[in-house]
Design a protein around this ligand. Structure first.
Ligand code: F6R
Length: 237
């Protein structure tokens, strides 16, 4: 495990963007696993800036996102598809057909979960997975539970996750209660994992995740077992 301390949120974003851009430059056909939420916004902004300067080319890159809210269409402003389009995909030369987010409007959610796992397998797995960390230790929307869920699945979001995400909606009642998330197996099978964590409020859960027992009660603790994990943290290590 490599632990990188960042001096500021901007420094965290720049360090993370450096790692992602190195991946793209060295391997233009990379499959990137991407996250939403507040943590990666600065990283995406930095990647866009380097793209605009001509230093990065996304034309051969494929992306798979970790998760999507159930019930939200990609045109909904709070959907993760919309987020990705706004923060990254619409701003770089990526082929939209090579960007993948679970379909939150799928009528048959179980079939959508199977499709997503097959898709990741057909791409040959993920080369670099970017992760944020939930206050309860979730990664993607793998919430604390009695067992690590291996495959893409539908989850009932925990109360702390609903509350944390309420800031993006007009009221807490509008926060979807369910989401589709990539499972622990797809995340752990990524060749490299990059976890970015910002803020004093995540210090305790980051410490539990990296140095505590490996337990599904703290889903991110499984990352201790990954052979190529880089953590970039600001005010949290
Ligand atoms: C989002 C995701 C979540 C977030 C986590 C942290 O795609 O998978 O696990 O990474 O909830 O969110 P922020 O960065 O908003 O603190």
């Amino acid at each position: 495990m490599k632990l990188l301390k960042a001096d500021s949120p901007q420094d965290m974003s720049r360090k993370a963007a450096n790692i992602i851009s190195a991946q793209i430059i060295l391997h233009p056909h990379s499959v990137l696993g991407l996250a939403t939420g507040s943590s990666p916004i600065g990283t995406y902004d930095q990647l866009v800036e380097w793209y605009q300067k001509g230093d990065l080319d996304f034309s051969e890159v494929t992306t798979v996102n970790l998760d999507e809210y159930c019930g939200l269409d990609g045109s909904h402003e709070q959907s993760y598809r919309y987020f990705m389009n706004q923060h990254l995909f619409n701003r770089v030369n990526i082929n939209m057909e090579q960007t993948h987010v679970p379909n939150g409007k799928a009528e048959d959610v179980a079939a959508e979960c199977r499709r997503y796992d097959s898709l990741i397998a057909s791409l040959g797995g993920i080369d670099l997975q970017l992760l944020g960390l939930g206050h309860n230790g979730h990664i993607g929307f793998n919430e604390p539970s009695g067992a690590f869920e291996k495959t893409t699945h539908c989850v009932a979001l925990g109360e702390s996750t609903i509350q944390a995400n309420a800031r993006f909606f007009d009221s807490i009642d509008e926060v979807p209660r369910k989401a589709i998330t990539m499972g622990i197996k797809s995340i752990m099978q990524a060749k490299k994992i990059l976890l970015i964590v910002n803020g004093e409020d995540k210090r305790d859960i980051l410490h539990q995740s990296l140095f505590g027992p490996v337990t599904p009660n703290v889903p991110a603790s499984i990352l201790q077992l990954h052979p190529d994990l880089t953590v970039v943290a600001c005010n949290a290590l």
